[in-house]
Design a protein around this ligand. Structure first.
Ligand code: CDP
Length: 806
């Protein structure tokens, strides 16, 4: 038999298990136009919904006249808040414990807010219907600045909350105040700041931006009045959670709701939230008895769904004169827009912002976050980061640079002397986290050596001298970052969303002929789950990855799970996959022992088979075991070979990375050129190195966009200034820098296969790295802090303000 001549290494290679750069199996469909996205779904008699949106950022809605719209050929219905009110659906709960208008109920709070929902036979008729709806507005004073929103005489935005001094996250001390969230030891931190040799203080603003999936949000709702079953296809990053929440809100029994996330064209946090489009489409389908599709336009998407960031972070960092950090203080003003619709675990109203001590051993720290209402779109999602980790990383990595300036120290050295040391793990941070594992010094030295750091600094100094002599107008900036992520929410004891515990799941069924299907509670949006999770199973039970089908996203078939965001798939569902596989392996061991007529303990697993200990010629392959499990009566053992695991992680995982960017900056034009970008990531055990590299390229490109141009901007009237791709920067291949990727491997001690998440690390790490490069170029001229995005005009302005233009 061929099997018998193959070495374990050869057999292992045929499995394409963990560590193999297996090609993405999903790309066969995607590259041949066979993807199946929400907008590809076409059902008999399907209608289209579209929104009338507010042109005002703050206005009273005096009247809505739908008569002309209903006369438009093809328009079947126009829903307003009045129609939804009897159903109790004119407002809906947000993920953050607030509530949000589904359709304008008396007033609007941001430009682009949903005012009425037009249902028509096709998209064009719906658009004509939208144009024909007449809304009478009375404009109100607008507040777009979160600091002004807290003025005593600021306009009252949320009249529905009048007199409420308690919110979902504790006391409210002003009519536009949402919550205050405090972590750490305030008194001890203030004492350290008062006595420190050096204190650096700065306001670090992480501007408002928006995730940019290629596919916008959308859904198709289909209520079958005969069976009473609602099927909802949608761009959902958490289909099971959508089913449960839809059931709770609508009163439709959960078994009568089937939620399907088909292929999703990128999510990045944009598709976590519950949007009015989903509610209105369900209602419209119930009312009309027809399937109703709603798919956002790009402008709808940029104006109304899921913004990200908008954190004003006032920081103080204390250190000895030798550069040893002794304390960190941060007060954040968080602009949440018109409704608090942040997607964070319930106990964390500012997400995991308390990872803001970063990679550093900081003995004492204090963080306070004030959430504030303004006349901007709601959202506050983790745009490719784990719940505000990117804000935290940007804050600490800027504060380190600011401190380095104050100490007149090299920022690489300042980091080195403050890193948490390898032997300190598991490390208890001053703001309450237990970092599972890390080896920051090794990663840092590897990164500095790889880029030739000392040589770069010499070149930079020479360029500076040449600039001063007037021989060049280009400066060099060297951006440094060492970030620590926190990904993999649960554990359930700490993490839930709207009361739903954040575990995840995997069910594996081995077929009689030895191939398999695995179903997970997560949902890929391009991350390659079908490729990588099959690799985990291949290594755990010895079935080739190519013989394993992977399914996600259908709540009627997949086990319950909380979905994919916050890089939680590998830490949580990946762990569930390994655990389910191990249950199967344990049963397979019993079957193999029976077939080989030995005791269970006398067989051992060997790549793709169980062998009798000490007699390797006596074995049963997993294929043979699978067949026997179904077709042979084995005393005391149930037929079949399948298992399910619901995995509640004991802790988060803490991936980290060392990034270095070299940038050339033209002082006269403000243009920049990224000369090199080196990204070292440590995500523990690596399942698929090629997919990891792809994740790093994608995340770093998003980081580049955010740092260098991408923003959601409003004027003082609350008009959206960046609602099209003419204004909202998305890098193309032309602008995208070249990346050099690298890695170290520090496994997670509590994850069954030692893996940590990676999808979001490059976004978290690259934003401060690009920004630090810009700042570093101007450091010799006294620049301490300048707000992102560093577009050409803003860079030009830095040079202008520093008097560098001749
Ligand atoms: O939750 P999400 O899928 O966005 O993020 P992730 O868990 O970090 O995984 C992103 C992709 O990288 C998936 O295909 C993972 O299986 C893969 N990955 C890997 O190959 N090795 C790791 N240690 C972590 C992730």
């Amino acid at each position: 038999m061929k099997d018998e001549v193959q070495s374990p290494e050869e057999r292992s290679a045929t499995l394409k298990g963990m560590g193999c750069s297996r090609k993405r199996v999903e790309d066969v469909r995607f590259t041949q136009g066979r993807g199946n996205y929400v907008d590809d779904i076409k059902l008999d008699g399907m209608l289209t919904g579209d929104f009338v949106r507010s042109p005002y950022a703050h206005a009273r809605v005096l009247s809505i006249d739908t008569e002309a719209a209903l006369a438009v050929p093809g328009v079947l219905a126009v829903l307003t808040a009045k129609d939804l009110e009897p159903l109790g659906l004119h407002w809906m709960p947000t993920l953050a414990g607030d509530k949000q208008m589904v359709l304008a109920d008396g007033k609007v709070l941001f430009q682009g807010q949903e005012v009425a929902y037009v249902v028509a036979t096709d998209r064009y008729a719906a658009a004509d219907g939208v144009a024909a709806v007449e809304v009478d507005y009375e404009d109100l004073p607008v507040v777009t600045d979160p600091f002004k929103a807290m003025d005593p005489d600021a306009p009252v935005l949320r009249e529905d909350l009048a007199g409420q001094t308690e919110g979902a996250h504790g006391p409210r001390r002003h009519h536009n105040h949402i919550f205050t969230w405090e972590q750490g030891d305030k008194a001890a931190t203030e004492a350290v700041l008062a006595e420190a040799d050096v204190v650096a203080e700065e306001m670090v603003y992480y501007h408002r931006t928006h995730p940019m999936p290629l596919e916008t949000c959308g859904c198709v709702a289909s209520m079958d009045k005969v069976t009473g079953k609602l099927t909802l296809w949608g761009t959902f990053q958490a289909p099971h959670a959508v089913r449960t929440v839809a059931s709770l809100i609508s009163g439709i029994a959960e078994h009568n709701i089937r939620v399907i996330s088909p292929d999703i064209g990128g999510g990045f946090g944009n598709k976590v939230g519950v949007y009015p489009g989903y509610v209105c489409s369900i209602v419209a389908s119930i009312v009309t008895g027809k399937p109703v599709k709603w798919v956002e336009s790009r402008m709808d998407n940029l104006m109304s769904t899921a913004f990200a960031r908008d954190y004003w972070m006032q920081g103080k960092i204390a250190a000895t004169k030798e550069g040893r950090i002794t304390g960190l203080w941060c007060h954040t003003t968080a602009d949440h827009g018109g409704f608090d619709a942040c997607a964070d675990p319930t106990k964390f109203p500012a997400g995991f912002m308390n990872i803001c001590t970063g990679s550093y051993d900081i003995p004492v720290a204090y963080l306070a976050v004030d959430g504030v209402y303004t006349n901007k779109a709601p959202g506050g999602v983790a745009y490719r980061c784990s719940f505000r980790v990117t804000e935290a990383a940007y804050f600490i990595e800027r504060m380190i640079e600011v401190l380095a300036i104050k100490l007149n120290m090299d920022a690489a050295e300042l980091r080195r002397i403050n890193f948490i040391r390898k032997e300190q793990f598991p490390y208890q941070s001053a703001l309450g986290w237990e970092y599972d594992s890390g080896d920051y010094h090794t990663a840092w030295e590897k990164a500095l050596n790889a880029v030739g750091y000392d040589g770069l600094r010499r070149e930079q100094a020479e360029r500076l001298e040449a600039f001063k002599r007037g021989e060049t107008r280009k400066l060099i900036g060297i951006g440094l970052t060492h970030f620590t992520e926190i990904v993999g929410a649960g554990p359930v004891k700490n993490c839930d969303i709207l009361g739903l515990g954040m575990f995840d799941s995997c069910e594996i069924r081995i077929h009689p002929t030895g191939s398999a299907i695995a179903r997970l509670g997560t949902i890929s949006q391009g991350q390659g789950h079908a490729t990588t999770f099959a690799q985990i199973i291949a290594s755990e039970i010895g079935i080739p990855a190519d013989d394993i089908t992977l399914e996600e996203g259908d709540t009627d078939t997949a086990p319950y799970g909380l979905g994919t965001y916050g890089s939680r798939s590998t830490p949580v569902a990946g762990a569930a996959t390994a655990m389910a596989a191990r249950k199967i392996r344990a049963k397979a061991q019993m079957i193999a022992a029976y077939l080989l007529e030995v005791h269970d303990d006398d067989v051992e697993f060997d790549v793709d088979r169980f062998v009798v200990k000490g007699a390797p010629e006596r074995f049963k392959t997993m294929k043979e075991i699978a067949f026997a499990s179904y077709n042979q009566a084995i005393p005391g053992v149930e037929p079949g070979l399948e298992a399910v695991s619901y995995y509640d992680p004991p802790n988060m995982t803490y991936p980290f990375g060392a990034y270095i960017c070299v940038m050339e900056i033209d002082v006269d034009t403000g243009e920049h050129a990224v000369r090199s970008f080196y990204a070292l990531d440590d995500c523990g055990t690596r399942i698929n190195p090629m997919i990891i590299e792809g994740q790093v390229h994608g995340g770093a490109t998003e980081g580049y966009a955010i740092a260098m141009g991408q923003e959601i901007a409003y004027d003082e009237m609350g008009n959206h200034k960046t609602a099209t791709l003419m204004d909202f920067f998305v890098p193309t291949a032309w602008e995208t820098p070249h990346y050099t990727t690298d890695f170290t491997v520090t496994p997670s001690p509590h994850h069954p296969i030692g893996a940590k998440g990676v999808g979001e690390s490059p976004n978290v790490g690259s934003v401060p790295c690009f920004s630090n490069a810009v700042h570093d170029a101007f450091r010799p001229f006294g620049l301490v802090q300048s707000h992102m995005p560093h577009d050409h005009w803003r860079i030009w302005k830095i040079a202008e303000d520093l008097g560098l233009h001749v």
